[in-house]
Design a protein around this ligand. Structure first.
Ligand SMILES: NC(=O)c1ccc[n+]([C@@H]2O[C@H](COP(=O)([O-])OP(=O)(O)OC[C@H]3O[C@@H](n4cnc5c(N)ncnc54)[C@H](O)[C@@H]3O)[C@@H](O)[C@H]2O)c1
Length: 355
């Protein structure tokens, strides 16, 4: 256990700055180095954070700064390379953004690297620190819904951005039960060439080992969440049981109906509120006090569900979990998704899914 853990942050875009500032604000961490391929962005970030070790090459920065925590918030195309840098520089913990990987082939490799090195890995599904998310979890875990039979999640944003979040929080609501099989369908090819490659719309079912079913819709055909104005936060995530239901709206609070009556409350996804406890839990895990809730093993199970959805789209029918062989699911989708324009569920999605 150290008084202060040294941190390197790679990728000083939106999420990199969120992470760097939250580490810098926590007395248990100091940002020792930053890396960014855009020189202007690098200089601005290094000056703002007051960090001397900086550069455009992650491996060089990591070896100069010798971090305890290697954090990367780059776009999703270089996950495996960044994990390798984190392992090679001897960090005790790697903090990464979702999604875990873009294909199961890459995911298998990353899992092998993580398991063989023994490095701790945390994946940023930090919405769960929101007061409204925590309240829904509390209602479910406290038994007020009776016997849980269904969990569900919808988001208007596309798969590689949002499905990882929906699956992670519903797995949390469902006691992190393992999934046994999935079945899914997809429509629209527009986002297959995006940096977060995805079908425009994907919908599917998950059967969990505890008998609970998961129902998910992500993208252009997902339902509106009219209670929420901000498009990216039109996400509805919840659980139904024998005695009622509880759900969180990412941009609009929570509500529950239980056998004791109805309740609701506020809360909105907010990086400024969600990042500090997410970062503090890294210190607690490094100190050996507790496992981080967003640990890799848990996130990987959610990632596998997402990859199995893609396989079901391409191959049809049910896909058993865990996955046993690597595939390139993005290529499978490119080969399989019909060349027909996706049909939108709400007009405000037209700017993200143009004709
Ligand atoms: N957890 C969340 O709530 C959440 C929210 C938004 C985005 N994300 C995820 O965070 C990741 C980053 O998203 P963002 O919105 O911050 O993107 P961004 O484009 O704002 O930032 C990415 C940065 O990485 C830099 N970069 C790319 N390759 C690099 C390399 N090899 N070395 C150093 N720097 C490199 C880019 O120049 C850019 O500045 C994505 O995976 C995204 O899915 C998560």
């Amino acid at each position: 256990m150290k008084d202060k853990y040294r941190v390197v942050v790679v990728g000083m875009g939106k999420r990199g700055m969120h992470h760097a500032q939250a580490f810098q604000a926590n007395p248990r961490f100091e940002v020792a180095g930053v890396c960014e391929i855009d020189p202007g962005r690098l200089e601005t970030a290094a000056a703002k954070l007051g960090v001397a070790i900086k550069g455009t090459n992650a491996r060089e920065v990591a070896h100069a700064a010798r971090p305890d925590v290697f954090c990367f918030c780059t776009l999703p195309t270089i996950r495996k390379e960044m994990i390798q840098v984190g392992v090679d520089c001897g960090a005790q913990l790697i903090a990464m953004e979702k999604p875990v990987a873009l294909t199961s082939a890459e995911g298998f490799e990353i899992r092998r690297m993580v398991e063989s090195s023994g490095v701790k890995v945390v994946v940023s599904h930090q919405h769960r620190y929101g007061e409204h998310y925590k309240k829904v979890h509390e209602v479910i875990a406290g038994g007020a819904l009776g016997h849980i039979h269904t969990v569900y999640g919808t988001a208007t944003g596309w798969m590689m951005h949002m499905l990882s979040h929906l699956i992670d929080y519903t797995r949390w609501f469902n006691g992190e039960a393992d999934a046994q099989w999935v079945m899914a369908q997809a429509a629209g090819r527009g986002k297959l060439t995006d940096i977060h490659p995805s079908p425009d719309y994907i919908a599917g079912f998950v059967h969990f080992a505890n008998g609970v079913h998961g129902v998910y819709e992500c993208g252009a055909g997902a339902p509106d969440v009219p209670e929420v104005d901000y498009w990216w936060r039109k996400c509805r995530i919840g659980a139904q049981g024998s005695d009622g239901y509880a759900e969180v709206l990412t941009g609009g609070g929570w509500r529950a109906v239980t056998k004791d009556g109805a309740g609701s409350g506020g809360g909105c996804m907010n990086y400024d509120l969600d990042m500090p406890p997410y970062i503090q839990d890294m210190a607690d895990w490094l100190d050996g006090k507790k496992l981080h809730p967003c640990n890799f093993e848990s996130a990987y199970k959610g990632f596998e569900i997402m990859m199995a959805f893609c396989r079901s789209v391409a191959q049809g029918g049910q896909i058993a979990l865990p996955l046993t062989s690597p595939e390139d699911e993005i290529q499978m989708l490119r080969d399989a998704v019909a060349d027909r324009k996706v049909i939108l569920s709400l007009p405000s999605s037209a700017k993200e899914y143009p004709a």
